[in-house]
Design a binder for this molecule. Structure first.
Ligand code: CP
Length: 308
């Protein structure tokens, strides 16, 4: 998909140019500062949320974003059971129908590539809200916005991606975005069973982004500005023996936090299970709840960009 300065569908992070990212983030800053200016901006427009996998943050922050912009929402949050998918309707047919009812479709699906398939047949913008282990580009937007907000810059940041990297769509999308910035360095911290896939490492090589792969989280913590923790995703394993081998492998607790830099940032796309202990939530470096909150303004900026 071409690098876009205009947006039609949002399928993958590679679509976003630096200029477009800066435009969206500046808009998100404005929305945060002066929310009243944006009331009614999308009046008369309708967003359909089709969620074939569970969600709390993505679904509700998109709905809140649309409502706060004056638009309306409809959808199904268990589309596998409560849409006509349960009767055997294809994703393509569902999208053809829903694009006749809505001005934008937010789609979460269990299959990698589903958003691209939907975009190919939709007459309105499709936003990928997570396609299996593929990508989650709007999560990456709010993640990058959070890095920029917490550290004041993205160029030059040193980031550790930790956990289930083979299945981690948020890590994939964020890494693609980071590769657009200067002097970024990435550590992939994972057991071999869920190591980062080769395609993304090749992408970093192509873009001259240095990366390292290790299982040693304790050794990496003092080196980085951002620790991006992820959950080991039980639902993505076909073999539960492998899941049992890697579950709980990394944990940020008070001892681990003490190894991090004083001004580092601890992020997580959430939900967490046991990879960050709640007793670190009050540390100023724990940014994951601020990160989730940023999703509202970033998604408002994105919807405004797509629909006006
Ligand atoms: N981060 C994220 O995608 O959360 P949800 O699964 O709750 O939407």
């Amino acid at each position: 998909m071409a690098v876009a300065s205009r947006l039609s569908h949002v399928v993958e992070s590679q679509q976003f140019s630096r200029a477009l990212l800066e435009e969206l983030f500046t808009r998100a800053d404005e929305i945060k500062r002066e929310p009243h200016r944006f009331i009614g901006r999308l009046a008369g427009q309708v967003m359909a949320a089709l969620f074939y996998e569970p969600s709390t943050r993505t679904r509700l922050s998109f709905e809140a974003a649309m409502l706060r912009l004056g638009g309306q929402t409809m959808g199904t949050d268990n589309a596998r059971e409560f849409s006509s998918a349960a009767k055997g309707e294809t994703l393509e047919d569902t999208i053809r129908i829903v694009s006749g009812y809505a001005d934008v479709i937010v789609l979460r699906h269990k299959e990698e590539g589903a958003a691209r398939r939907a975009a190919a047949v939709s007459t309105v913008p499709v936003i990928n809200a997570g396609d299996g282990p593929g990508q989650h580009p709007t999560q990456a937007l709010l993640d990058l916005y959070t890095v920029r907000a917490e550290l004041g810059k993205v160029d030059g940041v040193r980031v550790a991606m930790v956990g289930d990297l083979a299945n981690g769509r948020t890590v994939r999308s964020l890494t693609y975005l980071l590769s657009k910035f200067k002097d970024v360095k990435v550590w992939f911290v994972a057991p071999p069973e869920v190591a980062m896939r080769e395609d993304l490492k090749a992408h970093l090589d192509e873009h001259h982004v240095p990366w390292l792969e290790t299982e040693d989280l304790a050794g990496v913590l003092p080196e980085v500005d951002v620790v991006y923790m992820t959950r080991i995703q039980k639902e993505r394993f076909t073999d539960l023996e492998t899941y049992d081998k890697v579950r709980g492998v990394y944990r940020i607790d008070k001892d681990a936090l003490a190894r991090m830099r004083k001004y580092a940032v601890l992020m997580h796309p959430l939900p967490r299970v046991d990879e960050i202990t709640p007793d670190v939530d009050d540390d100023p470096r724990a940014a994951y709840f601020r990160q989730a909150r940023n999703g509202l303004q970033v998604r408002m900026a994105l919807l405004e960009k797509l629909l006006t």
